[in-house]
Write a protein that binds this ligand. Structure first.
Ligand SMILES: [Zn+2]
Length: 258
């Protein structure tokens, strides 16, 4: 069956005056990352950048007129695809080597994934689709076997406690390993906003893939239980509030102590 051609690649939703969510509806939900654009008083912030199949900067050019800092919560391919389009690129120091490890093939076909990864995903209840991770193609003649993820040097390495200041919003970097060694999240104390990347989201959490670590994840979840979040803006799936945040963290901790 011929795969359809998408009319547009990115969707967006304005969450509030400051915050816009972008996503790629034609990417399989398993690797469909939330891309967050935050408008500050003096500068803007981008949290994650999707697959890099189409230009994010061109598709949402109105959002990128001002000075912007692009943060990668971690360097899995579904979060860093368009990072190379931005001149200020922030990542945790532990993930810098994988970010600038050169261009490589973007895995868009199920056959591109190693067997241990396929098993890890099936084991947490989210098996890869039968053939392709794309629901539609961006254009005629598109070949999913031939897409490149561009490696790029970060311009700023961050660690626990570092800050990204937008003038009126001030984000603290939290180092939250478990899903990956250098997973970070951004915490804004005044608003209670928490951009969590893949440290916590409302879906099957991946702690059995290469680079993941259950012991670290447990420490991360204990930390998250104490964080007074108001709104969690995660790397995947829906936005949630404080009570769901606590529920997810508790459930993870309990599931590992059985
Ligand atoms: Zn990830």
């Amino acid at each position: 069956m011929a795969i359809k051609i998408a009319e547009k690649w990115f969707e967006r939703k304005k969450i509030n005056d400051r915050l816009t969510l972008l996503w790629e509806p034609h990417v399989d939900p398993l690797i469909r990352c939330n891309i967050w654009h935050i408008r500050g008083r003096d500068a803007d912030l981008l949290v994650d950048s999707g697959m890099g199949i189409c230009s994010l900067k061109q598709a949402a050019s109105d959002l990128f007129e001002r000075s912007i800092t692009a943060v990668a919560t971690h360097t899995h391919h579904d979060h860093v695809g368009s990072l190379h389009e931005f001149s200020v690129r922030v990542v945790h120091r532990l993930e810098a080597p994988s970010m600038c490890s050169g261009a490589h093939k973007l895995p868009l076909l199920t056959a591109d994934y190693p067997d241990d990864m396929k098993k890890a995903l099936a084991d947490v209840g989210c098996p890869l689709p039968e053939h392709s991770l794309l629901i539609a193609y961006p254009e005629k003649g598109f070949n999913p076997a031939n897409v490149t993820l561009q490696g790029i040097e970060p311009t700023r390495l961050v660690d626990e406690g570092d800050r990204i200041d937008l003038g009126d919003l001030n984000f603290e970097v939290l180092h939250l390993p478990g899903h990956s060694p250098g997973s970070i999240a951004l915490w804004e104390e005044k608003t209670g906003w928490f951009f969590s990347g893949d440290a916590i989201y409302d879906g099957p959490l991946l702690d059995n893939i290469s680079g993941a670590c259950v012991e670290d994840y447990l420490v991360t979840m204990e930390r998250l239980l104490k964080l007074p979040v108001q709104s969690v803006y995660p790397g995947h799936d829906e936005i949630f509030g404080r009570s769901r945040h606590i529920e997810i963290a508790r459930h993870y901790i309990q599931s590992k102590s059985l």
